[in-house]
Design a protein around this ligand. Structure first.
Ligand SMILES: CC(C)(COP(=O)(O)OP(=O)(O)OC[C@H]1O[C@@H](n2cnc3c(N)ncnc32)[C@H](O)[C@@H]1OP(=O)(O)O)[C@@H](O)C(=O)NCCC(=O)NCCS
Length: 156
């Protein structure tokens, strides 16, 4: 069972541990995470937690007005394939729509099959390719987009 809630500074030791395991040399450092959390409300981070309260994964959004961006999605390796990533992306979609965005964009490594499958399953389509974007490996970034149904604040 997975519950979703806002990510807080108390989660950072666990998040930084997962970052290292999942992203290696591309992991965000603890100071970067503090800066990301301080960038609210433009940035919004969500934690997926298990019944014991343990952080199973996390994901984040940049609210940029008409279009929002997914900053990251990450799931504990021992829980891959259990639907946590999908729950996180669905939550980001809902939050971006509540923020009034009509499109959600992201960049994904061309060689990241798991992430590409997750985004395909959650309705993202390819819009462009940035050659050699991820360095030093020189791996391309694919830019993906999902169109949203923004929630009209006046209608609530
Ligand atoms: C990408 C990632 C977040 C996916 O999380 P997850 O919890 O394992 O994904 P889910 O279990 O919700 O799977 C979502 C869909 O993607 C598919 N998928 C997930 N991993 C897959 C894999 N390795 N190969 C093929 N398909 C895969 C699933 O089959 C599922 O589709 P379905 O619902 O039709 O069965 C996870 O692999 C991860 O943390 N990777 C390292 C960090 C990373 O690369 N983040 C993305 C940065 S852009």
């Amino acid at each position: 069972m997975t519950m979703l809630r806002d990510l807080t500074w108390r989660d950072l030791p666990r998040v930084v541990e997962l970052e290292g395991a999942l992203f290696g040399a591309h992991a965000w450092s603890e100071p970067t995470w503090w800066a990301e959390l301080a960038a609210r409300p433009r940035r919004e981070y969500v934690a997926a937690v298990g019944p014991d309260g343990a952080v199973q994964g996390y994901a984040g959004l940049d609210h940029g007005g008409e279009s929002a961006d997914i900053m990251t999605v990450a799931v504990d390796p021992s829980l891959h394939g259990a639907g946590v990533g999908r729950a996180l992306v669905d939550e980001l979609v809902a939050r971006a729509e509540r923020g009034g965005a009509s499109a959600l964009l992201l960049e994904v490594r061309d060689d990241n099959a798991a992430a590409r499958a997750l985004y395909a399953r959650t309705g993202f389509v390819h819009v462009s390719r940035r050659r050699g974007y991820y360095q030093p490996e020189g791996v391309d970034a694919l830019v993906l987009r999902r169109l949203l149904s923004p929630v009209d604040g006046d209608a609530q």
